[in-house]
Design a protein around this ligand. Structure first.
Ligand code: C5P
Length: 396
């Protein structure tokens, strides 16, 4: 699974850096091409000569090569990588990654990387348990990074507790598993809706909602990473799709989203309706800005928007899978089940506004998935990237 993969091995300044030599050997043995980036303090623990001899490449540490003045491009390195592994990751480097303190080559490369990032923390037990470190780790998780948990045992300080870097074998196993689950949607076509819709009132005003599009975009990234060809019909959002297998179609209103979806749906295997579609739109849209009247308060008459999910539910043919979302504030389970039936969905993902950290705008979500066959699966609060993985796993 790692054969031919481009891997950046980031080494920071911790005692566990000696284990990274073995990790590097294992990666090379597995057929990966490895570029080591070591932080200045990492070099206090382990010498670049060993690392370059094993990787067969000069080790990068500084922005410039002191002898030649050659610039090391963190952007090029970030784009070259299929995965980035930071092992050991010290409390300080974790904090820098979490907050964008790009004062060395490794952190600048981390910020430029589009590939998945695996972080193996290693530090003393109290540093690891400190709320600062824990909060930084949570932040990194919420950005979609993969944390390889440290283990418990005797630490360099001779204290015993959680903080030992995961063993190199176990880090390689995690990477292998990640690339192995990579392509289970190969050849599948998917339609995903995301974001809010804007229902125009006049040239400067609209009716909208707080949806950020983060959940739908995370689903699109995960599906594309696993080999699907994804069409993402997106309402107005401030985020961008990264994976080249995602084709984004930008729309504004529910009607525009509906038109695109009914066209695309017959050609796809799986559709996930993640958009927060406005239920109503103004009956008439004024061509000019509605003026403030002295006495009269304008009345905006609303009409029903088409229900995209329900329409696709009617069009659905044998073998197609249609998944919806439900964001509820009360009677969550009953409402979600009812929606699944009414719209002829195969599964519905419930997120409750009663769970803080779940729903609109957040980087995390807590969901329960109900299936048409009566089964249900409940999940913990996770980053939207991890929730996307759970949803795709459930669909598969
Ligand atoms: O009925 P409700 O809006 O709560 O249903 C939510 C589900 O239906 C979501 O999957 C949402 O994307 C979809 N939906 C839709 N078109 C609408 C309203 C909701 O596709 N007009």
């Amino acid at each position: 699974m790692l054969k031919g993969k481009h891997i950046i091995l980031g080494i920071t300044g911790g005692i566990a850096a000696y284990k990274s030599v073995y990790l590097l050997r294992l990666l090379i043995k597995a057929g990966a091409e490895v570029q080591v980036i070591i932080t200045p303090s990492g070099k206090e623990f382990i010498t670049p000569v060993t690392l370059s001899a094993l990787s067969g490449k000069p080790v990068v540490s500084e922005f410039f090569s002191a002898n030649t003045g050659e610039w090391h491009s963190h952007v090029d390195l970030g784009l070259w990588a299929d995965a980035m592994v930071i092992a050991p990751a010290t409390a300080s480097s974790i904090a820098k990654m979490a907050h964008g303190v790009a004062d060395n080559m490794l952190i600048t490369t981390y910020l430029s990387a589009k590939a998945p990032v695996f972080i193996a923390p290693a530090m003393d037990l109290d540093m690891f348990a400190h709320p600062t470190t824990q909060n930084n780790i949570e932040l990194l998780k919420s950005y979609g990074n993969h944390i390889i948990e440290p283990t418990s045992g005797e630490l360099a300080s001779h204290l015993v507790g959680k903080g030992r870097m995961a063993e190199p074998e176990s880090i390689v196993e995690k990477l292998t598993a990640f690339f192995a689950t990579g392509k289970d949607l190969q050849g599948k076509k998917m339609l995903i809706t995301a974001g809010p819709t804007y229902e125009k009132i006049d040239p400067v005003r609209f009716i909208g909602n707080y949806s950020s599009g983060k959940m739908g975009y995370a689903l699109a990234e995960e599906a594309a990473r696993r080999g699907a060809q994804v069409t993402l019909v997106s309402g107005p959002v401030a985020i961008k799709a990264k994976h080249p297998a995602i084709k984004v179609i930008d729309v504004e209103s529910a009607k525009q989203m509906y038109d695109k979806c009914v066209n695309i749906f017959p050609d796809v295997d799986i559709a996930i309706m993640c958009a927060a579609v406005a239920d109503y739109a103004p009956e008439k849209q004024s061509d000019v800005k509605i003026k403030r009247e002295k006495d009269d308060i304008p009345v905006i008459k609303l009409v029903k928007n088409p229900d995209i999910a329900a329409s696709l539910g009617k069009m659905k043919t044998e073998g197609q899978i249609l998944v919806g979302f439900a964001l509820e504030t009360n009677n969550e389970e009953t409402n979600a089940q009812d929606k699944m039936q009414r719209k002829n969905l195969d599964a519905i993902v419930l997120n409750s506004l009663n769970d803080s950290g779940a729903g609109f705008g957040t980087d995390t979500n807590k969901v329960t998935i109900f299936f048409a066959d009566g089964n249900k699966k409940m999940y913990d609060m996770k980053s939207k990237a991890e929730v996307a993985k759970d949803i795709i796993d459930a669909i598969i």
